[in-house]
Design a protein around this ligand. Structure first.
Ligand code: ZN
Length: 225
């Protein structure tokens, strides 16, 4: 059976072997003329009727993974607006280089293992309001084209926003960073709200650029900033 031709130089950590492996798409069904699967083809979602179909496919994929207790690997996926509200990811999730073509709603979601959004593109609103990241969370190189909310989000381990780009308002109000908050080289083009945020250990904003107003009112830096 034909297999999706998607290629990426992204390596991810295999949870079972703890080794870094190169990603190849395992999809053998739903291969389009492009040779790519419905999750990787960049034109598939531009047809509105496919958006709904893909939502169902994603839902199915997610519940399968959940039932088999497998990590959710969506490297390079093109995603329709999708609700992950209050979902509990008990295995690692990987959305590296994924393109969220619609609203990415992760509000209240719980990430028990690693959450990797390295290089992800959020073309619409990205909502991580109140999300809980228990392990390493990476948004390094991620691009937020519209409003990005991490308001009230909790990062228990290292959180990386290295070189992340926020084109519209970035809301980190009341967010809690327990270990490292890495914002090295991050760019905030519009209002950046860190009011009431808590940085317990290490906050690194070196080389970060704030073009408009940055609000750190009531933010707490306990150790090193
Ligand atoms: Zn694929």
């Amino acid at each position: 059976m034909a297999r999706c031709r998607f290629e990426s130089d992204i390596k991810y950590r295999d949870e079972k072997t703890a080794e870094y492996v190169e990603y190849t798409c395992p999809e053998t069904g739903n291969i389009l003329d492009s040779g790519l699967c419905i999750f990787h083809d960049e034109n598939y979602l531009t047809d509105s009727k496919n958006k709904e179909a893909n939502k169902q496919n994603l839902k199915r994929k997610y519940s399968e993974k959940l039932a088999r207790s497998e990590p959710l690997i969506c490297i390079g996926y093109r995603l329709p607006d999708f609700s992950f509200v209050d979902l509990h990811f008990d295995k690692s999730v990987n959305f590296s280089d994924a393109v969220f073509m619609g609203l990415a709603n992760f509000s209240g979601a719980k990430f028990t293992k690693e959450a990797d959004f390295f290089g992800a593109k959020f073309t619409k609103e990205a909502d991580f309001f109140g999300a809980k990241f228990t392990e390493y969370a990476s948004f390094s190189g991620a691009q937020f084209t519209e409003y990005a909310s991490f308001s009230g989000a909790q990062f228990t381990k290292r959180a990386d926003f290295y070189l992340a780009r926020f084109t519209k308002k970035a809301n980190f109000s009341g967010a809690k960073f327990t270990v490292v908050a890495g914002f090295t080289g991050a760019k905030f083009t519009e209002y950046a709200d860190f009011s009431g945020a808590k940085f317990t250990e290490y906050a690194d904003f070196s080389g970060a650029k704030f073009t408009k107003r940055a609000n750190f009112t009531g933010a707490q830096f306990t150790e090193y900033a």
